[in-house]
Design a protein. Structure first.
Length: 303
């Protein structure tokens, strides 16, 4: 904080120049010169002087209020800087896709928060593309994406979770309990993600690898795994989805899985991404290190 404003605060709070000088560990003439310098800079008298007592003028009251705000801001800044260097406290800003946010992060963040009660989280959802843009713009500290970016010297990435893909159908569907092949699936109405999604590309690649055309009846397109589950439950078609997104519905009997005998649908990998060339708050660095250590990615079949 500017020394002139600090002197002003001391004079107002202690009412005399001599008392302010003692608090500031300086001399009374120095305090007088600093007040005069501030008045010259601002172009207005700040005090009415009556003997030893100092009374603020109207302009002085405005300047005093401003100096109080500066002091409060400085205190806040110092607290935030101390927090920046404390791995057990601070704000962690996470950008994540909607499905990791819904199906993975609640238990993960609850576990970490239980171990670090002074850590705060901010989770901002969006597509993988939008989340990576936010990471590059530094509006989030870490990105959790289902479609990772190309390898770059500017980014550090590690796989976190490998979510097995499953086929789901509404209860009572004729394919349930049968030995099905991918060609059987291709003849069914399907609920699919929007064309730009990583999941849609994974499904397309699987069909192409097996020499089977994409499903001929994409009855419904959406951008939400939760919506896909609801549409399938309503009988609008089958869907290929990550297991965590439908596990509760399958266990509750609202959906059933369809087993394919000729192909392994594989899994969708959820990846943690952070900026490589940056100084992260210690709380963020500690969380990233901890989260990477929780990786389940080598174990793809999580059912």
């Amino acid at each position: 904080m500017d020394v002139l404003y600090r002197t002003l605060l001391a004079v107002v709070e202690h009412q005399t120049l001599s008392a302010a000088a003692r608090v500031l560990h300086t001399t009374q003439p120095t305090v007088t010169r600093q007040l005069q310098q501030l008045e010259r800079q601002l172009g207005a008298p700040l005090f009415d002087r009556a003997g030893k007592r100092m009374t603020l003028t109207g302009a002085g009251e405005r300047v005093y209020a401003f100096a109080c705000e500066l002091q409060a801001l400085e205190v806040r800044l110092r607290e935030e800087l101390r927090e920046f260097a404390d791995p057990s406290a601070g704000l962690i800003r996470i950008g994540a896709g909607l499905s990791p946010t819904l199906y993975r992060l609640p238990s993960i963040l609850a576990q970490y928060a239980g171990q670090h009660p002074r850590v705060r989280f901010q989770v901002i959802t969006g597509s993988s593309k939008l989340t990576m843009e936010r990471l590059q713009a530094r509006t989030v500290d870490a990105a959790i994406v289902t479609t990772p970016p190309a390898a770059s010297d500017d980014l550090w990435m590690t796989p976190l979770w490998c979510d097995a893909l499953v086929v789901v159908a509404p209860a009572g569907h004729p394919l349930i309990g049968r030995a099905c092949m991918l060609t059987d699936l291709a003849q069914q109405p399907m609920v699919v993600m929007h064309p730009d999604s990583g999941l849609r590309q994974l499904v397309h690649d699987t069909f192409a690898r097996m020499g089977v055309a994409d499903p001929v009846l994409p009855l419904m397109e959406t951008d939400s795994l939760e919506a896909m589950s609801r549409f399938v439950q309503a009988g609008m078609g089958l869907a290929i989805v990550p297991w965590p997104a439908v596990a509760d519905d399958v266990h509750a009997g609202r959906l059933c899985t369809v087993e394919l005998t000729d192909v392994d649908l594989g899994a969708r990998t959820v990846t943690l991404v952070v900026r490589q060339q940056t100084t992260m708050p210690q709380a963020v660095q500690a969380f990233v290190t901890w989260l990477a250590a929780q990786s389940e990615a080598p174990h793809c079949d999580l059912r």
